[in-house]
Design a binder for this molecule. Structure first.
Ligand SMILES: [Zn+2]
Length: 159
């Protein structure tokens, strides 16, 4: 199916992440995470900026969009995104944070640059936003990757 959404949901892009890129707000943190991955695939940088929380490191203290844009454009140029897997989802917790653990299969040129990330999301009154995350390269992850949970990820991150 040529119009399958790159997030891996099995649904067409136009019925999955497409509406979010067109302006609708994802209803939960997992939908936001999926749509942000697809925005990386499609190089939809305005969407990535719009869904960064204002307290994210790259947006705090009045960071300028143009500076951020040129950095992310250069930084992602050699990357080829192949696959997203959502591994664990939690929250929102009592502080309002939702967590998503996911794995991204990605190559930087000819080299594997795959990683797992535990992302934290917060609702800013308008929609879910990406606040921060911790990341581990695939080679440091316990296998099989499909079995990864928040607990086993945290355990691997502490080593
Ligand atoms: Zn999707």
């Amino acid at each position: 199916m040529s119009d399958a959404c790159p997030c891996g949901s099995g649904r067409p892009y136009t019925a999955c992440c497409g509406p979010f890129h067109a302006g609708a707000e994802p209803p939960d943190a997992e939908s936001l995470m999926r749509s942000r991955y697809v925005a990386f695939v499609r190089r939809d940088f305005p969407y990535l900026w719009r869904t960064l929380d204002s307290n994210h490191d790259e947006k705090r203290d009045g960071a300028a969009y143009d500076d951020w844009l040129s950095q992310i454009r250069e930084g992602t140029k050699p990357l080829r995104y192949k696959r997203l897997r959502i591994l664990d989802v939690g929250g929102p917790d009592h502080e309002g944070y939702a967590h998503v653990l996911f794995h991204v299969l990605v190559a930087r040129g000819r080299r594997d640059a795959s990683f797992a990330e535990r992302s934290r999301f917060v609702h800013d009154g308008t929609g879910w936003r990406y606040l921060d995350g911790s990341l581990l390269p695939s080679r440091l992850l316990p296998k099989p990757i499909e079995a990864l949970t928040f607990d086993s990820f945290e355990h691997a991150a502490r080593r």
